[in-house]
Design a protein around this ligand. Structure first.
Ligand code: UDP
Length: 413
């Protein structure tokens, strides 16, 4: 059997004060014909990264609507996760080879996991490329409707990787991408849905934290809350460009010498490159004691991430590829305009000049961070627009609604 992930129950009614009674009613109506439907989510890790974050909320909320939702994670090994991380990079456009050995390792683990799959489901949602080959080995058994959910930016995929993976992806009845331009060539799904990810406004990370407590939270890591703080929360990954963030911070520091930088990252179990890139980031930071490089093994959990996002004077997400960027949503929700890379899903969230700034270079990033630090009133005004933008588009209820529509269109209810 695949490993089952336990989730804490959640009640939709608790979200009514945030999204309004009408939205909750609409969800209940949409779910009426889906009561009892069996839904299985399959992904690679129960912790670290956006997919785990999303499922922790969507699975219990589906249950609250009467859907029998489950979440299981696949089994892997270092050799498998090395291949899947390389594939993640290749699918996001990195110029690296895809060897026969790599293909065989991926196929082997997908077959093993397909053999471990048990039970019968109405909908099986397979998240991301790691388990995407399971459908092939299951021969359509176990699930009436198979959905592939892509969370990464495949708009400029390396053709070797897209060519290989698309053969397997193409056999799904439905696919979900975050943006239309992520759908690469040569695939043709019966059902294609464009659904952006969302955040849970009541999770420990996103529920409001009083400023004083948030300040105490970051002070526990050695940060001086009375001095300005720039933060990027991200896995240690080349696409998140932590080295570029350090360079931008150094430019800001020339103007504001007491500024501090926090790079906060979690080490996901399916990301073997994380430790290597963490080390690279630490070396780039050198001896600067105003740079804080922190991760979950040092006690930075969900609540602490919330503290950083709440207290930071400037939140940066300087990605060079970004499927969506939940960390951007999380910061906007806390009323922080975000200075973000002009890539992937970030422009869906950062409306240039309204909810933050879109940047294309280190200098540009430093300029915009500096501007926001020097204009706190404007930053606060933009923060209000940022929060409204998330409230209207990127909360879990929107996600749920989109999935219910997709289920209904597949099951024709
Ligand atoms: N995250 C976390 N702790 C960290 C770093 C990240 O909890 O130290 C969470 C972050 O808050 C967000 C998710 O991991 O909810 C990352 O999702 P995102 O879409 O930004 O990036 P991904 O890691 O999926 O590429």
């Amino acid at each position: 059997m695949l490993e089952n992930v336990e989730v804490q129950p959640k009640r939709l009614d608790d979200y009514q004060p945030i999204v309004g009674a009408e939205m909750i009613y609409e969800l209940q109506q949409l779910a009426n014909d889906l009561k009892g439907a069996r839904v299985l989510n399959i992904n690679a890790t129960s912790f670290g990264g956006g997919v785990a974050e999303i499922l922790t909320t969507l699975v219990p909320l589906m249950r609250d609507l009467g859907i029998q939702a489950e979440w299981q994670v696949i089994h892997g090994s270092d050799e498998f996760f090395n291949v899947t991380k390389a594939s993640h990079n290749g699918l996001q456009g990195m110029d690296i080879p895809l060897t026969d050995d790599m293909k065989n390792i991926w196929l082997h683990y997908n077959q093993l996991n397909a053999e471990k799959l048990e039970g019968e489901y109405d909908f099986i949602i397979v998240h991301d490329p790691q388990p995407a080959g399971m459908l092939h080995f299951c021969n359509r058994k176990h699930g009436k409707h198979w959905i592939w959910r892509c969370h990464i930016d495949t708009s400029n995929a390396n053709p070797a990787f897209w060519g290989f993976y698309s053969q397997y992806i193409n056999s799904y009845e439905a696919a979900v991408f975050t943006m239309k331009q992520y759908v690469g060539p040569g695939v043709n799904f019966e059902h294609l849905a464009i659904i952006p990810p969302t955040i849970d406004p009541l999770s420990p990370k996103n529920a409001p934290i009083p400023l004083e407590r948030a300040r105490e939270g970051v002070a526990g890591f050695g940060i001086d809350p009375s001095r300005p703080l720039i933060t990027q929360v991200s896995r240690f990954d080349p696409w998140k460009d932590p080295l570029g963030v350090i360079d931008a911070y150094r430019l800001v520091k020339k103007e504001i010498p007491n500024v501090q930088l926090a790079l906060v990252g979690s080490m996901a179990s399916d990301d073997p490159e994380g430790w290597y890139f963490l080390d690279k980031t630490s070396r780039h930071a050198g001896e600067d004691s105003d740079i804080f490089i922190l991760h979950n093994f040092q006690g930075v959990g969900a609540y602490e991430v919330g503290c950083f996002q709440t207290t930071s004077d400037s939140v940066v997400q300087k990605s060079t590829r970004e499927g969506f960027g939940l960390v951007v949503t999380e910061a906007l929700w806390k009323g922080k305009p975000v200075v973000g890379g002009n890539v992937g899903g970030i422009p869906l969230q950062v409306i240039n000049g309204e909810t933050g700034y879109l940047v294309d270079s280190i200098e540009d990033c430093a300029d915009k961070v500096l501007y926001l630090l020097q204009h706190p009133d404007e930053s606060r005004k933009m923060g209000k627009a940022s929060q409204d933008h998330v409230r209207h588009h990127f909360l879990s209820m929107h996600h749920l609604k989109n999935y219910l529509h997709l289920f209904r269109s597949l099951a024709i209810v």
